[in-house]
Design a binder for this molecule. Structure first.
Ligand SMILES: NC(=O)c1ccc[n+]([C@@H]2O[C@H](COP(=O)([O-])OP(=O)(O)OC[C@H]3O[C@@H](n4cnc5c(N)ncnc54)[C@H](O)[C@@H]3O)[C@@H](O)[C@H]2O)c1
Length: 447
């Protein structure tokens, strides 16, 4: 069976490369011609551990190819993964324009019985829409080719995407078709030595499972951030609370780290889309509304803390910022809390020097050019160079090199020894004993 993966973002490219790595013949399709050219040359367009080595190896061995033409892929493929973006539309719903466009193209071009897999995160009912679009395109051609549209949502984490894909906790296959179940079961058996990690269910159930998973994780984060803000007011150190509750196996330690909010391409848009789905059903998603609201507030917490310490007008102040990516291990800056912090600092008159181990190219591409041209924002290659003459360091993303920094060097280079720790990376007592003024999230000693 030959596989086409349409869309080569964080999900599509990892999916294509990992299937090729297991010996499958894969052709990746993307409408971005410049990106396709780079990938054909073996260049990896995103930062993801393990991926840069996999591309040239699989291209050389003839298992992985790239094209801008879905029609070309359709000449030889029998499985089509749709892995294009589903960014939020203005009303918060998932924008399915790209998914629908790919479905139409598949219907216009398939040559043989095909399994069409929705891997993009799509609202419940999208499988039916994709099926109708493919059928309509086939009818227009006057062809009747057998096909199944199934749901196979992706659960990989950026920053560990290859590892997650290679060793999935679970693979969700949403279809009632025995044919599709057999084909997909065989395909994924290479990744799940134990086939009990493959969970079969209905297509709509699978679509909902993806949203429920992300909404649950976002809820855990927002819940903990709420407890952190309350802890600040009560003189409680939320880090002790986190240890205390995480040790309960019913709660666990995952996703209960207080911080400056969740970002990325998934949680914010998926919570919004689920809220939209609920409203369409005349259902009040009270918990999801609160999760989203709390996260928007949380992204402003560092700004409030900076304002409380330095005032509303930051003219003449200079800040160092560590961490631009929305989380460690990726160069992705979509919905990153760093953007909210930078907007506030620069909008209030400050200058900023920032560092990130991987997201600086992305920052140059995504942040307003005017910030760089006016000298309000500078990026530096070495983390300590960001600190020179800074009134404060603001830590936004918990990359490993920031975890145990050289505090002596920091003290020498900064103008004022002030740290705003948006990810509770440092021990307040230790930093204070070294002469730093320390503010974390929910550490019980500050507003
Ligand atoms: N990023 C993640 O961590 C993650 C995890 C799980 C699920 N998802 C879901 O997977 C989907 C893809 O996410 P992503 O982060 O990989 O997206 P992305 O924005 O990084 O990549 C999408 C790619 O699709 C291409 N594309 C768009 N329209 C196309 C078309 N008509 N034909 C061919 N190519 C087209 C774009 O050029 C781009 O390269 C989304 O629905 C997302 O919610 C993402």
């Amino acid at each position: 069976m030959k596989i086409a993966v349409v869309g080569t973002g964080y999900v599509g490219l990892v999916t294509g490369a990992c299937f090729a790595e297991m010996g499958n013949d894969v052709i990746c399709v993307d409408k971005d011609a410049a990106k396709v050219e780079r990938m054909r040359a073996g260049e990896c367009p995103i930062y993801e551990i393990g991926l840069p080595e996999m591309l040239p190896r699989n291209i050389e061995e003839g298992r992985l190819a790239f094209t801008t033409s879905l029609a070309e892929a359709a000449e030889s493929c029998d499985i089509f993964f749709i892995a294009v973006g589903t960014n939020p539309a203005a009303d918060g719903s998932a924008d399915l324009t790209a998914v629908h466009a790919v479905a139409r193209e598949i219907g216009e071009t398939i040559q043989r019985p095909a399994i069409i897999v929705d891997k993009s995160t799509v609202p419940v009912g999208t499988g039916e829409e994709v099926e109708a679009i493919v059928r309509e395109a086939l009818e227009k051609r006057g062809d009747s080719i057998e096909f199944e549209v199934i749901s196979n949502p992706e659960f990989l984490k950026e920053g560990a995407a290859v590892q997650d894909f290679m060793k999935p906790d679970r693979v969700i296959i949403g279809t009632d078709s025995e044919w599709a179940r057999k084909v997909m079961g065989d395909l994924y058996s290479a990744f799940t030595h134990k086939t009990d990690r493959i969970i079969f269910m209905g297509r709509r159930d699978a679509e909902m499972t993806k949203y429920a998973a992300n909404a649950m994780l976002a809820t855990k984060i927002s819940f903990m951030n709420e407890i952190a803000s309350l802890s600040e007011r009560l003189g409680v150190d939320v880090e002790n609370v986190r240890h205390g509750i995480g040790s309960d196996p019913r709660i666990g330690y995952s996703f209960i780290y207080p911080g400056c909010g969740y970002g990325g391409s998934c949680f914010p848009k998926d919570v919004k889309a689920l809220i939209h789905t609920a409203r369409e059903q005349d259902f009040d998603p009270a918990i999801l509304d609160a999760v989203e609201w709390r996260n928007a507030e949380q992204k402003k917490r560092l700004n409030e803390k900076v304002r409380a310490r330095f005032g509303a007008d930051l003219s003449g102040h200079h800040f160092a910022l560590w961490g631009l990516a929305f989380k460690p291990g990726t160069d992705d800056m979509r919905e990153a809390p760093s953007k909210v912090v930078l907007e506030h600092l620069i909008g209030s008159g400050a200058t900023v020097t920032a560092h990130d181990p991987e997201a600086m190219d992305m920052a140059r591409a995504e942040l307003p050019a005017e910030w760089f041209e006016s000298g309000r924002l500078r990026l530096v290659e070495h983390q300590y160079d960001a600190l020179d003459k800074a009134d404060a360091l603001i830590l936004v993303t918990e990359w490993k090199p920031y975890r145990q920094p050289d505090f002596d060097q920091m003290a020498r280079r900064m103008k004022q020894k002030v740290i705003f720790d948006g990810r509770n990376q440092y021990d307040p007592e230790r930093t204070e004993s070294l002469g730093f003024e320390y503010t974390g999230i929910g550490r019980g000693r500050e507003f």
